[in-house]
Design a protein around this ligand. Structure first.
Ligand code: SF4
Length: 127
């Protein structure tokens, strides 16, 4: 059972070092990252490449975007799914691309989608 009365300093220790952290930004999945934190911020990601370091240092839980956009305008997820389905249905060779920093379940769903729409799949690790 978690301690709901834990103080902020207990939840966010002043500084810490976590060894053997895993970077999920690209398909290399480096597992020798040493993550340094101060409070609730990551200050250093030793052993990470420049992409991995940016991933650790600048990735946070703040919301920067609405749940969905259509042509740059806020939309509901349902509206966005409808538009995306139309685009994919009318595409000749759709590319399902990206997949950095996603779960195995998301990758599985993306592969299933690529198969369903007769497309291809790739990630930025091929760049
Ligand atoms: S982004 Fe860099 S550190 Fe992260 S998994 Fe890929 S190669 Fe490793």
């Amino acid at each position: 059972m978690s301690d709901v009365n834990a103080s902020v300093s207990e939840l966010n220790p002043p500084s810490s070092v976590t060894k053997f952290a895993v970077c999920t930004f690209c398909g290399c999945v480096c597992d020798d990252i040493e993550v340094h934190t101060e409070g609730d911020r990551i200050t250093k990601a030793k052993n990470a490449c420049s992409l991995g370091e940016a991933h650790f240092k600048f990735h946070n839980a703040e919301r920067h975007y609405p749940d969905a956009l259509i042509d740059g305008k806020e939309a509901t997820v349902e509206e966005a799914v409808e538009v995306a389905a139309d685009i994919l249905y009318n595409a000749n060779m759709p590319l399902v691309y990206g997949l950095s920093n996603v779960t195995c379940e998301t990758t599985r769903a993306a592969v299933g989608l690529a198969e369903m729409i007769g497309g291809v799949i790739d990630s930025h690790t091929s760049l």
